[in-house]
Design a protein around this ligand. Structure first.
Ligand SMILES: *Cc1c(COP(=O)(O)O)cnc(C)c1O
Length: 429
């Protein structure tokens, strides 16, 4: 994007004035430190609290107090059907048909449940391809699923790694690895955006290649949903999972969303771990024997809805829906571009730090991962002590996520001013 940025407060404020989404910032609660509102850049880890969440939770407490068990059927949002309220806005965010999406459980749980259905290894086709450096929970899930089926992870799991001396993966290398694994490949399991580097993977190309060799394709979209517009139905992966507490602002431990492609919607014989909430709704309360799955993603549900966490999630989803993921992405490109510009300017000729996230804005989300030199931990501490909340990932990366729904250009400028202050105090030559 050809954008002429300036590292001045006036320039940042002028971008904020032009920002069509700036009103959304007021709908979130920023934490403060010693009475001063913090600069918040950790929405990739835990999104901020929407002001509407408190009332949403209180309203469910009232519903419980007023109706007790009858709350399942009474009130304006009966609990019996509560999960359906989350479906349409979730489907819009990930580009799915409504019956391809359901909200339930938490991310790692759903990953396991979908592996039960879509990782069906045989003695000849049992391998899984994933990215090296995937989020630990995903690594543990893959290893334990491989063990469950009696295979050895060292043999079954193929990790695609960056080429020597680089931090990022080449799409061509990923596709090549899939091609090579060929008939032995049961599943390709990738993230959408890698949590550490911020690299966005080509979900469509990876899916097409996996299918071409006869494997299934699944994605962990924890860092992708609410960050990047997705077209899951069209791109065609078999399944995907995401969490709601990062870019969807549902609060700590918020529920997970899952996607199962329409091609698997009407296949009752697909193995799965079943529960009563996945059973044909019209017969659910007959309490009879013989599991009959609901059509589509709802057929993977186990339990009745976790109302309090769903209520918080719904409040956050409504805001995302109102803003629109395409609009958010447009702002995000400029916002993260501004951070990149300021970091580059502060670096100048020096190499105080290095951005490892792709420089191509089409190949990343909002997060920039900054690889620091020896003094990285001290810089991180300085930012933390001065009211800027960013995060540190071992061994030496600071992750900064300007989130378009609530961050401003002024936030970015202020962060830049703090980094500049630190560099001037610590790197006088
Ligand atoms: C945040 C995150 C998780 C977290 O999983 P939970 O089950 O919600 O605790 C898993 N995978 C990835 C890629 C993540 O970024």
């Amino acid at each position: 994007m050809a954008y002429i940025y300036k590292n001045t407060l006036a320039f940042a404020q002028s971008l904020d004035e032009q920002d069509q989404l700036r009103r959304f910032r007021q709908q979130f609660i920023f934490p403060s430190q010693k009475g001063v509102e913090s600069l918040y850049f950790c929405g990739n880890s835990l999104g901020l609290q929407p002001k509407t969440v408190r009332d949403a939770l209180l309203s469910e407490l009232d519903q419980w107090a007023d109706h007790a068990v009858e709350g399942h059927f009474k009130g304006d949002k009966p609990w019996m059907h509560y999960h359906k309220l989350l479906t349409a806005p979730s489907a819009t965010l990930v580009g799915a048909l409504p019956h391809e999406v359901v909200v339930m459980n938490t991310l790692t749980t759903n990953l396991h449940l979908l592996m039960v259905s879509f990782y069906r290894p045989t003695t000849s086709r049992f391998k899984i391809i994933m990215e090296a450096g995937a989020f630990p929970s995903d690594q543990y899930a893959m290893e334990s699923q491989v063990h469950l089926h009696g295979f050895d992870p060292a043999e079954a799991i193929i990790e695609v790694a960056p080429r020597a001396g680089t931090e990022l993966l080449n799409t061509a290398d990923i596709l090549e690895a899939i091609e090579q694994a060929g008939d032995a490949l049961a599943l390709v399991m990738f993230s959408g955006v890698n949590y550490y580097t911020g690299q966005l993977f080509d979900i469509e190309a990876i899916t097409a290649k996996a299918h071409q060799v006869g494997a299934k394709a699944g994605f962990d979209l924890a860092h992708t949903t609410g960050n990047i517009p997705l077209h899951l139905h069209q791109w065609g992966p078999d399944f995907a999972v995401w969490c709601s507490y990062k870019y969807l602002n549902a609060g700590p431990g918020g529920p997970s969303g899952l996607f199962v492609h329409e091609r698997h919607a009407d296949n009752p014989s697909l193995p799965r771990f079943a529960g009563w909430w996945g059973h044909d709704e019209s017969e659910r309360f007959k309490m009879s024997k013989g599991f009959k799955p609901m059509y589509g993603a709802e057929g993977w549900q186990l339990s009745n809805a976790q109302i309090f966490s769903f209520a918080a999630h719904l409040a956050g989803l409504k805001i995302m829906d109102e803003a629109g993921i395409e609009n958010l992405r447009q702002k995000s490109l400029v916002l993260t571009g501004y951070l990149e510009h300021i970091l580059d300017e502060l670096n100048g000729e020096a190499e105080h730090f290095r951005i490892i996230t792709p420089r191509d804005s089409a190949a990343r989300g909002c997060q920039l991962s900054v690889l620091t030199n020896n003094g990285g931990r001290a810089l991180f501490q300085f930012l933390t002590d001065n009211g800027a909340i960013v995060d540190w990932r071992e061994p030496n990366v600071i992750r900064i996520a300007p989130v378009p729904i609530y961050n401003s250009f002024e936030d970015i400028w202020k962060l830049g001013a703090l980094i500049s202050q630190y560099l001037q105090a610590n790197h006088q030559s």
